[in-house]
Design a protein around this ligand. Sequence first.
Ligand code: HEC
Length: 143
Amino acid sequence: MRHLRRIGIVIVLAAIPVIAGLLALRPAGIAGAAETKGGMFKPVAPLEDLMSGIEDHFKALEKESGNTKSKTLKKDALVLAELFNVAKFHQSQKDYVDWATQARDALLKMPAAATKGDTAALKASVEALGKNCKACHDKYKKE
Ligand code: HEC
């Protein structure tokens, strides 16, 4: 009886490093697979820094929105759309995600408006975007 118990203890002790090794490998394996297959997206920059970049592009866009011939307007609108597309992943509350999505979608319409030379539509988009920033900040930006 006693030697059976000893064998049991040896087996348990031998299993610990194996189980620990499997647990250590598991998260890295899952994250790696998700990244390569375009699975769960994980932002790498803090929201504060992302927002600071959003502000720079927004200021540039405000200046360009009166000039449909601007060479950088489309790029700024698309980069800003992508930044909001990333900002979406920072929080999961429905209204937060909705505001980020609305900002992204408004920006995605701007290149076509610029091509059409529709200055009024561009100005309206920038104005709507400004309201969108404020709505989300009123609820989610502290201080
Ligand atoms: C979906 C919500 C949301 C939208 C839309 C949004 N923001 Fe923000 N913003 C936040 C949150 C939350 C913070 C606070 C981040 C923190 O300090 O962790 C923030 C912070 C900021 C900051 C301060 C960054 C710093 O350095 O502390 C600036 C500037 C900013 N936002 C600009 C903008 C501008 C400009 C727009 C619109 C073009 C905008 N944001 C739209 C959620 C949003």
